[in-house]
Design a protein. Structure first.
Length: 157
């Protein structure tokens, strides 16, 4: 059985003996929650011992994903999850739906002031994507950041 998707419990480890750190928190679906999400992700990454550059990139990504969830959906709260697996940090944000059809990259001049957040996420992430929540309403938008963490010697996957 494969590891769980973002915001779903992982049923089995990707590789035995490899440490996977995961933290999930919820926020009110309000604009002031964006700053809270940035602060919580910074505190978490500091506790996990990551370098400042990763903090800054993760804060940018979580800001954009939380902002989109707050602005483009009508739920009362959102869920955020950070998962650190060896040299990859995955950030996932789940909304409760009831908004527009989902995130999309915007390239038009009509949206000069808005709509560039996912372009930033695309530029700084090793990959990102979106899918419907596997249970209940809503969407999950995720991004992965490669951070060059050391692999544990003698533990190939």
């Amino acid at each position: 059985m494969a590891p769980g998707n973002a915001l779903i419990p992982q049923l089995t480890g990707a590789c035995s003996g490899i440490s996977v750190r995961r933290h999930t928190f919820d926020l009110a679906a309000r604009t002031e929650s964006v700053a809270v999400a940035r602060r919580r992700s910074r505190d978490l990454l500091t506790g996990w011992g990551h370098h400042e550059e990763l903090h800054e990139t993760a804060e940018l990504v979580i800001s954009e994903l939380v902002t989109n969830a707050v602005v483009h959906t009508a739920g009362d709260y959102i869920l955020c999850e950070l998962t650190d697996h060896q040299s990859l940090l995955r950030i996932a944000v789940r909304d409760l739906g009831c908004g527009t059809a989902g995130p999309r990259l915007c390239h038009s001049a009509d949206e000069e002031e808005r709509g560039r957040g996912l372009l930033l996420v695309d530029a700084v992430s090793s990959s990102w994507g979106t899918h419907d929540a596997p249970y209940g309403p809503g969407r999950i938008v995720w991004a992965e950041l490669a951070h060059g963490g050391p692999r544990q010697a003698g533990r190939p996957c």
